[in-house]
Write a protein of this length. Structure first.
Length: 323
């Protein structure tokens, strides 16, 4: 058995006025609780250091650079890294990254048990829009403030297993898990900040949004025979609610732990990485069962191209994919 004791450290709301220092103190408190429960890996949410600032529109995007981290660890986050090293606990959390050459990314990092950064991921599937949208109940401007990630879906050998990372909207896309699955991933770490209300379909309701959250994570875990740890930032941030529902899902797609609140909450579960072996060697033995000769459309086009109407020729691009 290869056991990783994982702590899903859900965080309650972070208000616009909250300082980095105050947030880091909360994160350290969650880490201390996780240590007391025997955790050796702690997973925090997306944008764990700040409020979810893409809900606000500013004309000059540079005005929001104060929400971004120019280095990691920074002076404000150094105590978090020091406590992780003291506890001998690996760590994963998300933040807004401003690179030295001026690029803006929604980023997550993975450290080893000494507090050394061993992996970095930049969010690829950015939701939302670029300009102010009067038809929405609230704004979701990730496409305005972030660039699509440029590091791909990598995995790392850490904690005796193969670990991958994704962020928020990535969890809804099957390609996210499959690319890591093709690298033998055994645990995927995902942080998210998801509004409780659909900005374009307010009648959807939080229960259906939680259903889709579970569905996406459980399907990704099952179809790639991997553990998935998905951790929320939740609660009411300056009048804007985010749902919680942090969960740990096993390689059979079953939920083994789930948050009950929208506050700071720690879930700890002993995850046996060897539990991924059965699925990877039976129904999801990719080497035996995948038929890549039929998957061309997945990487040859983005939008859907329906079949032609009767009497019309098939669009060239689709025809090339299916000769």
């Amino acid at each position: 058995m290869r056991i990783v004791n994982v702590a899903a450290a859900q965080m309650g709301p972070i208000q616009k006025a909250d300082s980095r220092g105050a947030v880091v103190k909360r994160m350290i408190a969650l880490m201390d609780e996780a240590k007391a429960k025997g955790a050796d890996l702690i997973v925090y949410p997306e944008l764990a250091l700040t409020t979810f600032f893409p809900r606000w529109y500013v004309e000059d995007r540079a005005e929001f650079d104060n929400w971004f981290e120019r280095e990691m660890p920074s002076a404000a986050t150094k105590p978090l890294f020091e406590r992780a090293a003291q506890h001998q606990m690996a760590m994963n959390f998300g933040y807004a990254e401003l690179t030295p050459d001026g690029h803006h990314f929604n980023t997550a990092i993975l450290t080893d048990k000494s507090g050394r950064i061993v992996g970095k991921y930049r969010k690829i599937h950015l939701p939302g829009h670029v300009e102010y949208d009067t038809k929405r109940s609230h704004q979701h401007l990730e496409k305005r403030y972030f660039e699509p990630g440029d590091l791909g879906f990598k995995v790392w050998r850490e904690l005796g297993g193969i670990i991958g990372m994704a962020i928020c909207n990535d969890r809804r896309w099957p390609e996210t898990y499959r690319v890591m699955g093709l690298q033998g991933v055994e645990m995927v770490l995902i942080g998210y900040n998801t509004p409780s209300v659909n900005a374009e379909k307010s009648e959807e309701g939080v229960e259906k949004r939680l259903f889709h959250n579970r569905l996406s994570v459980q399907a990704g875990a099952y179809q790639n025979a991997t553990w998935v740890v998905a951790v929320a930032k939740a609660g009411n941030e300056d009048g804007h609610p985010l749902f919680g529902g942090s969960l740990i899902v096993d390689p059979n797609g079953e939920i083994v732990a789930e948050a009950k609140t929208e506050d700071d909450e720690v879930l700890v579960h002993a995850c046996d990485l060897d539990a991924t072996t059965f699925g990877k060697t039976t129904i999801f033995d990719f080497a035996r069962h995948r038929r890549i000769e039929h998957y061309g459309l997945i990487t040859s086009q983005t939008g859907a191209v329906p079949p032609p109407e009767k009497g019309r020729r098939w669009p060239t691009r689709a025809h090339q994919a299916f000769p």
